[in-house]
Ligand binder design. Sequence first.
Ligand SMILES: [Zn+2]
Length: 205
Amino acid sequence: MNDVVATELRKPYVTPYAEENLDLPLAFEWQAGAPRLTYRDALPQEWMFGTLWARCGTARKGKIQWHLVHTLRQRRCMLKRLCRVCGGPATDPDTGRVWWILPTSLAGDFQSPWPTAHPPTCKAHISEALTACPYLRREIPVVCTARGYSPVAVLSNLYGLDDAGRVVETSHQIPVGLNEPHLLKRALATQLIVQITDLQRAKRA
Ligand SMILES: [Zn+2]
């Protein structure tokens, strides 16, 4: 019976829709004697952690793009400890720990802090996420909780100028540390990477 009910899957909070894709009028400007990536019509809030962030709409309309991640909602989940499925709090009110599903390859060593771009998943949506999320179907998932985490890097595309002075992508989807300002100035951030501390395998009721 449950297999039949599960055919109508929730559209996860972090998954983008086609109508949220926006043009990126990228350009370089000079700042403190060095080139910095910007938009031709950039707003101050489009920078965070010293880097420019990919512009996207927030209407949640159009065809859902299951294989992609919405940049601003992913970042919001990470900064506010929200669930990737519902956008609600992912912190367990009883323990104060954050619920997370990680691929086994990431969560195999619980002694180390792990960098990840995967946002948390609240306790109520663990089962649904295990069923629905494409990345979790590719790798064996482990349900964990974490005491905390902190931003350490951005997943980003790097840009430069070609011989004709056009803005061109030079690297695609690479991690850039928040302590690498020379790279952050050339980066268009698409996801926030955090480092998890005190990761434990979860005991699920
Ligand atoms: Zn949730």
